[in-house]
Design a protein around this ligand. Structure first.
Ligand code: SAM
Length: 280
């Protein structure tokens, strides 16, 4: 049973010739029950505008609209998808706006009323870049209140990882600094068409009203990128390029200079970023 009166996604793909392109990270979800479930994981959206990146043939778009999103802005790079998305626009008058373009170039704030929600089965090649942008605006709270995002499972694990684990790194620190982040669904490759080589997972991130610890977003990004770039080295060595007196800053932040990046929790990295921000 379909969630709306539109043709099945398989028919949509056949009718509009939407053979998946690897270069655009196209692994489509064809099961509308699944897309409706993912839409529900993003919350009740009847009083929220929703941003979707990469609607493709529109499975998740249809889920979001059928589940009651107030308005959806869908940004898609592949113009072959536009006729299929136009059919959805017609079925949900005034509730869907489709923009053709690169999600990295379009500012959704110009088109939606905040706080918005973001829901997307992200193209793998820009997924982490978009996430980092959403997590690191200079001001907080941001223009969104939650992100419900499909990633390769390994990336989802990096976002939710705890200190001391192999997956813990820059993404975990940035995500857990300002959000509550949880894996809410795991999907096997067969859930997609064509099936990717790896499993996927949906991560739900809720913006905290304020960051857990004070820090400058740019500095925190810089410090974590540098520290985890050489994660096996002691911090006094991996971070020595930042400043000649890095040991003083590590000590001021309560971190032993001989510790390694993966041993430092979010609070520690924030303390280090604060100390580095105060240097003249
Ligand atoms: N949402 C659809 C679904 O779940 O079936 C498609 C998801 S598919 C993993 C990723 C989608 O992102 C594709 O439709 C692809 O064309 C689109 N895409 C790739 N790069 C993009 C970019 N830079 N900006 C916007 N969309 C992009």
């Amino acid at each position: 049973m379909s969630i709306d009166h539109l043709p099945s996604l398989k028919q949509v793909i056949d009718t509009h010739g939407l053979a998946a392109k690897k270069s655009l990270g196209q692994n489509f979800l064809l099961d509308l029950n699944l897309t409706a479930k993912i839409a529900r994981l993003s919350g009740r959206n009847d009083d929220h505008d929703v941003l979707e990146i990469g609607p493709g043939p529109g499975g998740l778009t249809r889920g979001l609209l059928a589940e009651g999103a107030r308005r959806v802005l869908a940004i898609e790079k592949d113009e072959r998808c536009l006729p299929a998305l136009a059919e959805i626009e017609t079925a949900y008058p005034d509730r869907l706006k489709v923009m053709l373009g690169d999600a990295l170039d379009i500012n959704p704030r110009d088109h939606l009323t905040p706080p918005i929600r973001v829901a997307a089965n992200l193209p793998y090649n820009i997924g982490t870049e978009l996430l980092v942008r959403w997590l690191t605006p200079p001001e907080w709270p941001p223009f969104w209140d939650s992100l419900t995002l499909m990633f390769q499972r390994e990336v989802a694990q990096r976002i939710t990882a705890e200190p001391g684990s192999k997956a813990y790194g820059r993404l975990a620190v940035l995500a857990q600094w300002r959000t509550d982040a949880t894996i809410v669904m795991n999907l096997p490759p067969e859930a997609f068409s064509p099936p990717p080589k790896v499993s996927s997972a949906v991560v739900h991130l809720t913006a905290l009203p304020a960051p857990r610890f004070p820090a400058d977003a740019k500095m925190l990004q810089h410090v974590t990128a540098t520290a985890f770039n050489q994660r096996r080295k002691m911090l006094r060595s991996s971070l020595k390029g930042l400043t000649p007196d890095i040991e003083d800053h590590l000590n001021a932040a309560g971190i032993k200079p001989t510790e390694r990046a993966e041993q430092i929790d979010v609070e520690g990295f924030c303390a280090l970023a604060r100390s580095l921000s105060t240097q003249t």
